[in-house]
Design a protein around this ligand. Structure first.
Ligand code: TIU
Length: 232
């Protein structure tokens, strides 16, 4: 299959859909809805909810093009054995990891708040990786899964831009992946942090990776969809 090319910064991004995955980072209720971890840290979560339709459009385009789709959730085991005490006690959150909140126990696997928002819900054949850290490679099977599928390129969306998304991009870049961050399909509680993250990722000749808007990504993926045979 030929490579696709799309308009990106700092220069066009080329990828082969057969060796690419869409990585959807932490589109879970904990960060996007009221009553979760994000709000307990003092953040206005409405900023994040605004990108849900764009993430969904990218998901739909990736699915139609047959791309490998992988979702992550920031999630800890109910006994918190995978949550370092330093992570649990950090800051002055109203509700700490493991505490009971309006959407169940904060950042705990299986709880209502830990579920991916319905509009971005995984399909049955899509992998969901629970990760105990901010980066998606730390203490998860992600690297083995990508290697097994011979994935070399990652299209990345999700939240939050400068925390779990940026950590994951840096981990991926160090592991040799060619990463594209879709800028209107990622969001931060802090607009300045989002902008700084976009700038630093694509600086110095794509030192960490590329950035692009969703529209050219969706258009490139749509162009790759083969017409269905006519059985009429
Ligand atoms: N607090 C914040 O901005 N983010 C996180 O704690 N986790 C993720 O980014 N998923």
């Amino acid at each position: 299959m030929p490579d696709l090319t799309l308009d990106a910064q700092p220069y066009p991004y080329r990828f082969d859909p057969a060796h690419s995955a869409l990585l959807v980072i932490d589109m879970q209720r904990d960060f996007i809805e009221s009553g979760g971890f994000g709000e307990s840290l003092g953040n206005d979560v409405s900023r994040l909810a605004a990108i849900v339709p764009t993430v969904r459009r990218v998901l739909d385009a990736a699915r139609a093009a047959g791309l490998c789709v992988i979702h992550t959730r920031e999630a800890h085991r109910p006994d918190l054995s995978d949550c370092p005490p330093a992570k649990r006690v950090r800051g002055d959150a109203a509700l700490r990891i493991g505490d009971s909140g309006p959407m169940g126990r904060i950042l705990v696997a299986g709880e209502a708040g830990n579920q991916i928002v319905p509009a971005c819900a995984p399909l049955v054949d899509e992998t969901v990786i629970d990760k105990p850290g901010k980066g998606a490679f730390y203490n998860t099977p992600l690297m083995a899964l990508l290697a097994a599928r011979r994935i070399s390129h990652l299209l990345v969306v999700g939240v939050t831009t400068e925390v779990c998304v940026q950590s994951t991009l840096r981990e991926a870049n160090d592991r040799g992946f060619e990463c594209l961050l879709i800028e209107d399909a990622t969001e931060s509680y802090f607009p300045a942090f989002k902008q700084a993250t976009l700038d630093m990722i694509r600086a110095q000749g794509a030192i960490v990776g590329w950035t692009a808007h969703a529209e050219p990504v969706i258009a490139a993926l749509a162009a790759d969809v083969q017409p269905k045979p006519d059985h009429a």
